[in-house]
Design a protein around this ligand. Structure first.
Ligand SMILES: Nc1ncnc2c1ncn2[C@@H]1O[C@H](COP(=O)(O)OP(=O)(O)O)[C@@H](O)[C@H]1O
Ligand SMILES: [Mg+2]
Length: 271
């Protein structure tokens, strides 16, 4: 797909959390597919350099040219791009022996901004140069968290580090939500982190199934609650008014906090 409005540079969105297993990589592929459904040109970048697996989510195994080669300096970023069904991808190498400099990421991705509407970067859960490189390369960040105390403390750490570096944080994705009373509430999470929750993705074994099928979850189960949340989040990130029929809204009932936050985000960024 050709990028619309060639004059405007695309945004680089970093997906961050300082804890493994919360769902960063699943978010990157599902959100990427959801944004591309709005006719936007999307590039995903696997910058989890020490333990990459975005490629494995998408059936890209052992790429000949990867982000590692780009950061080592032997290949251009353009030559590492693979064209997949819903988006393009710069994969990373699972095994790579030579020295790389993760902090080159920003400069390597910059020229690609003119070719894409959105570049989404997957990151490592370790607080090291890889994660720092993602923070520095991103125009804005979304932090992924789950609603429990151990993850909340890691999420707070991620936010403190991003803020210290002056990187804008658009909001949080609350993932793997069971909807049980033992979980932290959105209010408790927002009061602790002072960052709005922009999407709530339920715990759903179909996410695991989608990975076995090498398909983004938002495409695998497009009518699920999670896929609908990705669609609404994608819309607000690109400034599209997308408002599916809602009985709650029609009846004037209270909307979820994440719904209100998305509307506030839209008003703030696009009005
Ligand atoms: N909403 C969800 N419901 C159920 N399982 C999920 C959900 N999101 C992610 N997972 C599963 O959790 C595991 C870790 O997800 P992943 O995206 O690899 O996390 P991270 O990149 O943060 O380490 C994977 O097996 C994935 O299928
Ligand atoms: Mg991951």
């Amino acid at each position: 797909m050709e990028k619309e409005g060639k004059g405007k540079e695309g945004d680089i969105l970093g997906i961050l959390s300082l804890k493994g297993g919360v769902g960063k990589t699943s978010v990157v592929s599902s959100l990427g597919a959801a944004i591309s459904d709005f006719q936007r040109k999307v590039l995903l970048v696997d910058a989890n350099l020490s333990a990459p697996n975005l490629g494995m989510h998408l059936k890209v195994v052992d790429p000949k040219v990867s982000l590692h080669h780009v950061l080592e300096g032997s290949k251009t970023a353009k030559s590492a791009i693979q064209h997949l069904d819903y988006f393009d991808l710069i994969p990373a190498s699972i095994f790579f022996d030579k020295q790389i400099n993760p902090l080159r990421l920003k400069n390597k991705l910059k020229p690609l901004k003119q070719d894409y509407d959105f570049i989404i970067i997957d990151s490592s859960p370790a607080l090291n140069d890889e994660t720092l490189a993602v923070m520095m390369a991103s125009d804005r960040l979304i932090v992924v968290t789950t609603p429990d105390y151990p993850t909340l403390s890691s999420t707070l750490k991620a936010i403190v580090h991003a803020r210290r570096r002056g990187v804008k944080i658009d909001g949080l994705i609350l993932n793997k939500v069971y909807g049980k009373s033992f979980e932290l509430t959105i209010k408790e999470i927002e009061d602790t982190l002072d960052v709005p929750v922009l999407a709530v993705i339920p715990e759903d074994e179909e996410v695991v199934n989608s990975i076995s099928k090498f398909t983004p979850f938002s495409k695998h189960k497009p009518h699920s609650k999670g896929a609908e949340e990705y669609k609404k989040l994608a819309a607000v990130l690109i400034g599209e008014k997308y408002r599916p029929f809602s009985l709650k809204r029609l009846l004037g009932l209270d909307l979820g906090k994440e719904e209100v936050n998305r509307e506030l985000f839209y008003e703030r960024v696009f009005k």
